[in-house]
Write a protein that binds this ligand. Structure first.
Ligand code: SAH
Ligand code: SF4
Length: 357
């Protein structure tokens, strides 16, 4: 089956032409999908009956099937099933004045960070463009307010699935598509150096928000918790980031998962200050206290430790924020989603959990 959500406007025009339809029909259909969130040809009233019938025989919209929805006070988790039986997780995060959607880019992940639940199963496969776009569409259709922010912080390493992620981003930020602001789409990466170089030269991708999971300023320690450091050295990574083209006032976010006794000491904080060096206006730091998981051998540091770590960075003039992952108490953070789901199934906590459907 072909999915409308896998096409850019120009690709859909080409496809329609091939099928003997006028090009402008492609704009018509995409307007229904991305402006009105209508994903049923029979409701597209500006198409003739023949066209509607022909199109519904040739195309569908939703490659994913929604199988569950779990609500927490500040977030909602959606679970989708793919055609080949995998589960994809998407989290809608309620910020004070806006909504952010945390999308997955792969099923599992090959990067193998030791503190991340997604790594436990290894990589099953990349998500297709339509599977990424459909996460947005299905959640947007389910709620009244408009989603304006997207973060690629769900399952997977987005830069390891560059082409499909890129096309999904194009659909998200184009005026004929979801028309999100490029500044409101964030790619979070573990730091694949070659892909970051590619991104820096790509007019579409380089304008997005960039977040890089640093997690340790020490090459040896980083190698222990993020094995990709072996082939993507910290030195090379910092070199790319220090020369990455940044529009005025835009900064790169360095994400730092604070793990008790691993990377949360005063010394780690001081080394991080050194690593950033004179480039402190180019970066901001997000400290994410580790979200415990029964399958992972780590703990979250005390709040006192987190704040002390933050203070050392602040005192050195580095903008540093503490981010507790939304919904984490209920179903695990965006970024460490999968295995928590399995736990939830067996031990639902009535106090927090409301299972809809
Ligand atoms: N693969 C990409 C994006 C998905 S992970 C990346 O690594 O950046 C998104 C974020 O979740 C990363 O910053 C990662 O470090 C963080 N994360 C993973 N496991 C976590 C955990 N157990 N607790 C808190 N944050 C975690
Ligand atoms: Fe993959 Fe990101 Fe998890 Fe590392 S933190 S294993 S890169 S999803």
């Amino acid at each position: 089956m072909k999915f409308i959500t896998g096409y850019t406007l120009s690709q859909l025009k080409e496809e329609f032409t091939r099928l003997g339809l006028e090009k402008f029909r492609a704009s018509q259909v995409l307007r229904w999908v991305y402006k009105k969130f209508v994903t049923d040809f029979s409701l597209m009233t500006d198409l003739s009956k023949e066209h509607r019938e022909f199109l519904s025989e040739s195309f569908s919209f939703h490659p994913l099937e929604r199988v569950d929805k779990v609500e927490a006070p500040d977030a909602v988790k959606y679970l989708f099933k793919t055609h080949d039986g995998h589960i994809v997780e998407t989290v809608l995060i309620k910020e004070r004045d806006h909504l952010t959607l945390c999308v997955s880019s792969q099923i599992g992940c090959a990067v193998g960070c030791t503190f991340c639940a997604t790594a436990l199963d290894g990589l099953k496969r990349n998500l297709s463009t339509e599977e990424i776009v459909d996460q947005f569409l299905q959640v947007q259709k389910d709620i009244d307010s408009k989603i304006r922010n997207v973060v690629f912080m769900g399952m997977g390493e987005p830069l390891a699935n560059y082409d499909n992620v890129r096309k999904a981003v194009e659909i998200m930020v184009s005026p004929w598509g979801l028309d999100l602001s490029k500044r409101r789409v964030t790619i979070s990466t573990s730091g694949l150096v070659a892909q970051l170089r590619r991104m820096s030269k790509d007019p579409l991708m380089s304008e997005l928000n960039l977040a890089v999971s640093l997690n340790s300023p020490d090459p040896k320690k980083r190698l222990e918790i993020m094995p990709l450091t072996k082939t993507n050295t910290l030195e090379e990574l910092m070199e790319v980031l220090k020369t990455y083209p940044l529009p005025r006032y835009r900064r790169i976010t360095l994400e730092y998962v604070l793990i008790k006794g691993v990377n949360d000491s005063d010394r780690d904080a001081r080394e991080l200050v050194k690593l950033i060096g004179r480039h402190r206006k180019r970066f901001k730091v997000n400290l994410i206290p580790f979200n415990p998981d029964p399958n992972l051998p780590f703990e979250r540091p005390s709040l006192e430790r987190v704040l002390k770590f933050q203070k050392i960075l602040w005192d050195a003039g580095i903008s540093t924020f503490v981010r507790f992952s939304k919904g984490a108490d209920v179903f695990g953070a965006c970024g460490q989603l999968r295995s928590r789901r399995l736990m939830l199934k067996s031990q639902p906590d009535e106090k927090y959990l409301k299972v809809v459907n």
